[in-house]
Design a protein around this ligand. Structure first.
Ligand code: NAD
Ligand code: TYD
Length: 339
């Protein structure tokens, strides 16, 4: 199998490449990544070393049609898995433009080239956030109407709708996967779990938005990657598959669990002004993926959280490497007045 993976230097993409190196060692992989602030070549050092000539890296932007055409024509993929995205809701609130470029224009570029070249497998990695927000009960299913509330989720919904249209209009075999909140190794420390852990270990205040009662359905990243691999190998063209972790937790529960695990006091918690448009609750019905792909999350939230914090604690150089000057500027601008 010749597989083109985009965004392989980011959090989930890198975990996916680790999974492929371990479990599909004969595959030929091309990793296309623009190396934005969230992309880090160090995240793929191990799979690159394991796969040797079966792995190549292409530094390119998925919205740059000329560059992506060169990569497609040279590599001739049999499958595309699109992880590349601008992925952080708070950044999308500060500036939506890069989100539209990558998450909408980038998907369009990939779809146009993949269709032109007759590529038979195409996985668009998407999110539960396209469905909007739930009340206290109920679950998102694949037929829940799309109702995105943030610029990030609106841009992801745009990409998903293009995939849908490419299937309906041209019979192009796109598959969309929508997953709940991931956590695990290699996650950029702007996201809740690594952010809170790294700040707690440095005895810095922990900014919890609003009343801390917003609920997310947490999934260990390896479980998500196994779902994407199953969709790639066994998914139905045109299908949408939800993946979830069966682990709904309020943000305050997550933050308190992190404090307990690192032995830090609750007095570090600061309730700060809420995120605008903050979705209250996400939870996934993944019964379709269970029935058609054999998907099931296997790592409990408690076990996954311990593994994740141990991973960060053991890698101070990785953390120092990703916390660049640009990241510090974003942190200051976003949280400055609130903390
Ligand atoms: P991330 O921000 O950690 O990584 C994104 C990667 O994409 C980076 O390596 C970055 O350099 C690359 N990239 C960004 N713009 C690019 C462009 N124009 N061209 C090429 N590469 C580009 O994101 P993540 O958390 O790993 O998310 C991966 C995918 O999974 C995204 O599509 C996201 O919407 C989706 N998703 C994420 C979560 C989550 O909890 N993190 C949950 C569900 C779905
Ligand atoms: P995040 O990790 O940004 O993921 P998403 O917005 O995609 O769900 O945030 C997870 C939850 O944590 C979300 O409800 C917002 C909340 N949150 C805070 O309370 N404080 C923070 O500093 C951050 C980054 C998130």
């Amino acid at each position: 199998m010749r597989i083109l993976v985009t965004g392989g230097c980011g959090f989930i993409g890198a975990n996916f490449l680790h999974l492929l190196a371990a479990e599909r060692p004969g595959w030929n992989i091309c990793n296309v990544d623009a190396l934005t602030y969230a992309g880090n070549l160090a995240n793929v050092r191990e799979p690159a070393a394991t796969l040797k000539q079966l792995y190549r890296f292409e530094h390119a932007d998925i919205a740059d049609a000329q560059a992506i055409r060169r990569v497609f024509e040279d590599f001739r993929p049999e499958a595309v898995v699109n992880f590349a995205a601008e992925s952080h809701v708070d950044r999308s609130i500060a500036d939506a433009a890069p989100f539209i470029r990558t998450n909408v224009d980038g998907v369009l570029t990939l779809l146009q080239l993949a269709r032109e070249m007759g590529i038979p497998r195409f996985i668009q990695v998407s999110t539960d956030e396209v469905y909007g927000s739930l009340g206290p009960t109920g679950l998102f299913s694949e037929t829940t109407p799309l109702a995105p509330n943030s610029p990030y989720s609106a841009s992801k919904a745009g990409g998903d709708l293009l995939c849908r249209a490419w299937h309906e209009t041209y019979g192009f075999p796109a598959i969309i996967t929508r997953c709940s909140n991931n956590y695990g190794p290699f996650q950029f420390p702007e996201k809740l779990i690594p952010l809170m852990f790294l700040r707690a270990t440095a005895d810095e205040p922990l900014p919890v938005y609003g009343d801390g009662a917003n609920v997310r359905d947490w999934i260990f990243v390896e479980d998500h990657c196994r779902g994407v691999l199953a969709a790639l190998e066994h998914g139905r063209p045109g299908a949408v598959y939800n993946f979830g972790g069966n682990a709904e937790r309020a943000n305050m529960q997550v933050v308190e669990a992190i404090l307990r695990l690192c032995g830090k006091p609750k007095s570090l918690i600061r309730l700060v002004a809420d995120r605008p448009g903050h979705d209250r609750r996400y939870a996934m019905d993944y019964s379709l993926a269970a029935a058609e792909l054999g998907f099931a999350p296997s790592v409990s939230f408690e076990a996954g959280l311990e593994r994740t914090l141990a991973w960060y604690a053991a890698r101070p150089e990785w953390v120092a490497g990703v916390i660049s000057g640009a990241y510090r500027t974003f942190m200051q601008e976003w949280y400055g007045e609130r903390l």
